[in-house]
Ligand binder design. Structure first.
Ligand code: C2O
Ligand code: CU
Ligand code: CU
Length: 418
């Protein structure tokens, strides 16, 4: 922390080796270590500043997924960090509490850079979120879920073939294969991030226990919602609070879904509750004090067509083309229609609420503030988007499919906030 109160963080992008599988060293990338990166935590109103050194030996970028900030600090494909250079973004955090994340966004290379291990969580706190379990690593547990395909000698297989690119058959949670967690509290908050390139997960527990969903991508829900299952596609986050009795044993599991990115059944994390637990009261009542995102009556409507060819509105990403110009600080309705294959949709520097999917209310886990939403094959999804209020007519922001192969293929467009 500086004299002026700015919180300073240093991140170094580096290569290394990680022992995921016993006795096999896997070549990986990470921030300040060999795989993934440190969790960054700051509060609404904080000034944050970063030194990000690129020691990868090749160009990359670091994007703040879910953050509202000036476009030039966004870390998208235009804010390249050349090999050996240091990038120094800074901004003031001005958005409700949320579990956001950071990852590279170099055009055409995002899938590879993320798959090798460059990703980390960025937690934003505010007065509302502090009412939930917040003791990091004790009753507030980050879980970054990623699927991997290993070669017989334990290297990451980067075969990017097929419609979706890599769909791994092994799961890492926080970079750990076959993980185990002992909890010591009767109420535990888990922050789940689907940090996979393409796979979607139907999260639930092996003993069928229910839990409270308290937040999704971009903030707390108005109140907790009890459920047994929810789906996260790549890039999406959710926070849940789970109750435990002493000695409980359960497995965080992903249940099989439709074919494609939802298919496959996986044990994700074995959880055992200690024989004595710190008692805390289950959460009830109002969580978020933030008003839901409402569409103004005269909201501008824009349409986005996603296709089998991994294009949006029949165009592939062009770094030198601006696709949409949006007045900063406004709310608009974006209609996203999937005409082929499976996709999702993420908007930079914005939060949105899902209005409907095929004219029906979204499932409960997709209500509230989000920044990424699954668009199943054939679906039409309408969202009301609240854009950040930093205008910048020079630096474009992105909207794209967060299946990283699709994004790299050019399933991305650029907008300016003016
Ligand atoms: Cu998580 Cu444009 O990205
Ligand atoms: Cu993003
Ligand atoms: Cu896609």
């Amino acid at each position: 922390i500086d004299a002026d109160g700015t919180k300073h963080f240093s991140l170094t992008m580096q290569s290394g080796t990680t022992e995921f599988l016993s006795d096999k060293m896997t070549d990986t990338w990470g921030f300040n270590g060999s795989y993934l990166g440190p969790t960054i935590r700051a509060s609404r109103g904080d000034k944050v500043a970063f030194d990000i050194e690129n020691n990868l030996g090749e160009t990359s970028t670091v994007h703040w997924h879910g953050m509202k900030l000036p476009a030039v600090m966004d870390g998208g494909p235009h804010q390249m960090i050349e090999a050996g250079e240091t990038w120094t973004p800074y901004w003031t955090i001005d958005q409700p509490s949320a579990t956001t994340w950071y990852h590279p966004h170099l055009h055409g290379k995002t899938a590879q850079h993320v798959y090798r291990g460059l990703a980390g969580m960025f937690i934003i706190d505010d007065e509302d979120s502090k009412k939930l379990p917040s003791n990091y690593g004790v009753d507030d547990i980050p879980l970054i879920v990623q699927d991997k395909l290993f070669t017989s000698d334990g290297q990451l297989s980067e075969s990017d073939e097929g419609t979706f690119g890599t769909l791994g058959d092994e799961i890492l949670v926080n970079g750990t294969y076959d993980p185990y967690l002992e909890v010591t509290s009767s109420q535990v908050r888990f922050r789940l991030l689907n940090g996979s390139n393409a796979r979607a997960y139907h999260f639930g527990f092996s003993d069928g226990r229910s839990f409270q969903l308290v937040a999704n991508d971009a903030g707390l829900l108005e109140e907790p919602v009890k459920m047994e299952r929810f789906l996260l596609s790549p890039g999406e986050r959710a926070e849940i609070v789970v109750g435990f009795e002493p000695g409980d044993e359960t497995i965080l599991h992903s249940y099989d879904g439709n074919a494609g990115i939802e298919n496959g059944e996986f044990d994700l994390l074995k959880i055992v509750a200690a024989s004595t637990l710190t008692e805390s009261t289950p959460i009830t009542g109002q969580l978020s004090s933030v008003q839901p995102i409402e569409a103004p009556k005269d909201a501008k409507v824009r349409q986005f067509k996603m296709t089998m060819q991994n294009q949006i509105n029949d165009k592939s990403m062009d770094m030198y083309r601006i696709d949409e110009v949006v007045p900063a600080g406004t709310r608009e309705i974006w209609e996203i229609h999937n005409f082929g294959s499976e996709h999702n949709f993420h908007v930079h520097n914005a939060a949105f609420r899902v209005l409907d999917i095929n004219d029906k209310l979204p499932p409960e886990y997709e209500r509230g503030r989000k920044d990424t939403v699954y668009i199943p094959n054939g679906a039409k999804v309408r969202i009301v988007v609240e854009f950040g209020d930093y205008a910048d007519p020079k630096h474009p922001l992105m909207y794209h499919c967060h299946l990283l192969k699709h994004e790299d293929d050019g399933m991305m467009g650029q907008f300016l906030l003016v």
